[in-house]
Unconditional design. Structure first.
Length: 135
């Protein structure tokens, strides 16, 4: 199940990048925010892929938090471009819905890893107490 969820996370991150590149390529003015949006959106799947290649939950969490930070930046640039009239309402809704879905999936994965990390720490503490008292 974990592998399926991670594959879906990668797929949705890639879809967001492709959709963003299509929307940004149509923008005539406002090149600064459009370029920033494109760069930030490219960081999201890179951080997710890097995090999924890590073995330990703590390392994975670091990269997933970086991806989540990039998602917040992408939300800002998307709002900025929409409020300036650089992208249409349809494009704005399309990007926003993909960003929100990816954010929810990432939060779910972060919570699962956080529980795993807490469980691993609990096991280590129990073992340390048990073996420490019996020696």
């Amino acid at each position: 199940m974990k592998e399926y969820l991670e594959q879906q996370l990668k797929k949705k991150a890639h879809e967001l990048v492709m959709t963003t590149f299509k929307v940004v390529s149509r923008i005539k003015g406002h090149k600064g925010p459009a370029i920033s949006l494109r760069k930030v959106v490219g960081k999201i799947p890179a951080a997710i892929f890097e995090g999924q290649s890590r073995e330990y939950a703590e390392d994975k969490l670091k990269y997933f938090f970086n991806a989540r930070n990039a998602i917040f930046e992408a939300k800002y640039y998307t709002d900025l471009l929409y409020n300036d009239g650089a992208i249409s309402y349809y494009s704005y809704q399309k990007l926003t819905s993909k960003i929100e879905l990816l954010d929810k999936m990432l939060v779910s994965r972060i919570r699962a890893l956080d529980k795993k990390k807490a469980g691993d720490e609990y096991k280590v503490n129990v073992r340390a107490r048990y073996f420490g008292n019996n020696q």
